[in-house]
Design a protein around this ligand. Structure first.
Ligand code: PD2
Ligand code: ZN
Length: 280
């Protein structure tokens, strides 16, 4: 019988290793509990599977990660209804900067539609899974419901074509507005499995596995998106976007990132977060 590495077994294996048990001891424990030696050895040889956090039950998840199909040396990509430039590509963290994802008119329309609905941005309260105002995030924001209007539908379809990820797995577009001095301190976009509020958040669509931050204007000065672990700063230019993905909710993905303070002018972005499964 084929024996597979379930999330529970992956968690058990990780705990054995953390406790300092060597592969021989783990192998022996597995064979004593009914594993064939061949299957146990195969399970032990799958480090990436083992590192993955256990996934919540009750949902079907899309395999793999969102990822643009960039053939070697390509400078443009087809995003369905629009051609998009590939400006910067990084492997770890997986970061891709796109040029011209939105037109100037689309940026202006999103800003205008969001303007009357802005409220002080909140962050997720890790213990309970609810949201609260936080000094680390001094922007104001709002969420469009997924597919809420024709513009949101068009942009969501374009993102799905660009990143090869189902529209249904995306959260609604979030619009953020930063005034001079406002910032978003470095953080991870995934939900920390150690926090007690995470389990309830994951029931709806599972983990976040990718983020796309689209710049809706060009601030006069400041407001770049920073990746402190790798010393990268993406300058906010209207219509451009920065994409990054994370295969597990772990700092080893090096996806710590922040919105640097806006020094002059204002900053508008639209963020699209992508989940493992349907986000209904
Ligand atoms: O506005 C940004 O540059 C930014 C930076 C970090 C946005 C987000 N995170 C986000 O929306 O998660
Ligand atoms: Zn973020």
């Amino acid at each position: 019988m084929l024996q597979t590495v379930t999330p529970e077994l992956a968690q058990w294996l990780a705990a054995q290793r953390q406790a300092g048990h060597g592969d021989d001891a783990i192998l022996s424990a597995m064979t004593q509990s009914g594993w064939t030696e061949v299957s146990a050895r195969a399970a032990l040889a799958k480090p990436l599977v083992i590192l993955k956090a256990p996934q919540p039950t009750g949902g079907t998840f899309t395999a793999g990660l969102p990822e643009p199909a960039i053939s070697e040396g390509a400078t443009t990509l087809n995003a369905g209804d629009r051609e998009v430039q590939v400006l910067t590509v990084m492997k770890l963290p997986r970061v891709v900067v796109f040029g011209g994802l939105l037109s100037a008119e689309e940026c202006a329309q999103l800003r205008a539609l969001a303007a009357t609905r802005l409220a002080r941005s909140e962050t997720v309260q890790v213990e309970t899974g609810t949201s609260e105002v936080n000094e680390a995030r001094t922007s104001e924001g709002m969420f469009f419901g997924r597919g809420e209007n024709e513009l949101a539908q068009r942009i969501e379809a374009r993102i799905a074509a660009l990143l090869h990820w189902p529209i249904e797995n995306g959260e609604g577009l979030q619009i953020l507005h930063y005034s001079p001095g406002a910032e978003y301190k470095p953080h991870f976009d995934y939900f920390d499995p150690e926090h007690s509020g995470t389990a309830s958040i994951l029931k709806r669509g599972g983990q976040r596995v990718g983020s796309l931050v689209i710049y809706l204007n060009t601030p006069t000065r400041g407001g770049g998106t920073t990746f402190p672990d790798v010393g990268l700063e993406v300058q906010p230019v209207q219509g451009n976007a920065v994409f990054f993905s994370y295969d597990r909710p772990d700092p080893a993905t090096r996806t710590l990132h922040g919105g640097a303070p806006v020094l002059e002018g204002e900053k508008w972005v639209a963020t699209k977060w992508l989940r493992q499964g349907r986000f209904d």
